[in-house]
Design a protein around this ligand. Sequence first.
Ligand code: ATP
Ligand code: MG
Length: 633
Amino acid sequence: MDRELRILILEDDSADAELMQRELRNAGITFSAMLVDSREGFIKGLEEFSPDMILSDNKLPSFDGISALDISQKKCPDIPFIFVTGTMGEEWAVETLKRGACDYVLKDRIYRLASVVKRALQEVKERNEHKRAEETIKEHAEQYRTIVSATLFGFLLTDEKAKLLDVNDTYCSMSGYTRKELLNLSISDLEATDKPEDVAARIQRVIESGTDQFESKHKAKDGRVFDIEVSMSFLYSRKQFIAFIRDITDRERVKQELINAKEHAEESDRLKTSFLHNISHEIRTPMNAIVGFSALLGEPDVDAQSRKDYIETIMLSSNHLLLIINDIIDISNIEANIVKADKNEININSKLKSLCNQFIPVANEKKIQLVCETGVPDSDALIITDSTKLTQILTNLINNAIKFTDKGYVKVGCVLRDMFLEFRVSDTGIGIPQEYHNKIFDRFYQVQHTTSRLYEGTGLGLAIAKAYAELLGGNIRLSSEPGAGTSFFVTIPYEKQVVATETVKEKMGYEVFVFPEKKTILVVEDVDSNFKLINCFLAGANADIIRASNGEEAVEIALAEKNIDLILMDIKMPELDGYTAAKIIWESKPDIPIIAQTAYADDKEEAIGSGCSGFILKPFDKKSLLKVIREFI
Ligand code: ATP
Ligand code: MG
């Protein structure tokens, strides 16, 4: 006790009071005292003097010790109350103790007072210390609960056999178990590792070093496995383990995604390298034929048959080259996300038949059978879809089927299932092992080792087919058995065309077209060879051809010449481009039809949007050129 001991003395006899104080002082107890002899005095003393101890007589003229005891018990039960009285029967003494008195001393044995007071003070001290210890324990327990429940980590407390003794809510929500369920489990019930020896070794490490951090996996109540990071300690004094646990499933997922992205980037890089290697071969092969045979054509004494053969080879190689270039353009458009479906009507039965006819010569050359099975009645065969893209999907699949088949057959067919059309291209070729079934749809991916160059190709066909099938609202899948063959299935929504609107124009021949009246056509073209080609295509069509080599010249001629019937306008030209030239011409001659000719497929929309009457994509042949011109004059 830091302050001086204060004793409230309830006593009407001042001599007795003095005796008591002397007794205490003689025993070496220092204190200050307040003497009261009435109820009011006693209450005031309790309130204002705030005593540490009460010594009380039993009988006073206007008050009594029992009532004083009752009051002090009510107001301050912890202050020791000692009766100092002349007489006290045993029963009465028991009664006072029951009511809360600490002890009693008879006045004729006042020499006991000091030891009674000392003992009472000692008891108070012990009681206070006990109380403080209890408070500290309570505080620590509260701190423990707060930390355990507030932490973002899961918390587990186990005994030395790893049986769970305590868990927090965070771990309950991580694992999906309730607290009650967990308290019936041990850590080994939660571990999701298939190597129990790892767990045992880990526990041993924690016991040896006191604490350890490691990564592991736990199994949730619903069977889900989650990745965790654990910080575990061993409490030697209690032989208990404490573990703080963090769910790192998301972190692991992100890590895995990064690894996948890295692998994907590396794979893309590898594919691109192999594509570049491949493409140079694919382009050089037809170019070699074109350059070589073109040179041969210029040699003297080439007989008519050889000339015909050379030209045929040049044409074939050019078309092959064009297909490769188109594939590259298609795939870059797909990747740039600028491909749109352009719906029109198509008769799928006729299309399948014409595709098969187109491929029969190649199939014959490889001595394989090409079977066309149109499984849709002719009355249902006219549908609405993007016919160009559908044709390209099927072309790519048939091309592959023939390429990868050396004996047997290739079957092409189509069936109507509910509201979907399913096209099928099956072959009896080399087949595709299961592990490549997804990869072959990646651009540039080829199963066969590229350096062996056993099969031609750039690895774009299926990537384009898949992107187009999805663009048409469908999908593509395959089933295959290595060595036995492959079937590709393309499913697209079935949208039947109700009224046939087959164009009459389509049926017109353009190869040998001659204008009934002479026409004047202004050809705006900066590249000489291109102009020469157009001039040749239009020779014999009864048309006067005027050339302008750039936009300015085009404007000049168009405004000066009265009789120009049509302008064939190149778009990309130095200085004044085709669109600007066209605009200037229309200001004075708004009725002249202008057909845009360009090598950029995506120029079409802009050409039509800026007012051009028609559009033709380079390279074009004679037939397509005459067809588009014929539409306007
Ligand atoms: P490209 O079509 O660009 O000329 P490609 O035919 O090699 O080249 P894809 O059509 O995309 O490219 O096909 C990718 C790969 O899938 C092929 O290289 C081949 O390994 C495999 N493949 C495709 N179709 C078949 C098939 N019918 N039988 C066996 N393998 C096939
Ligand atoms: Mg292919």
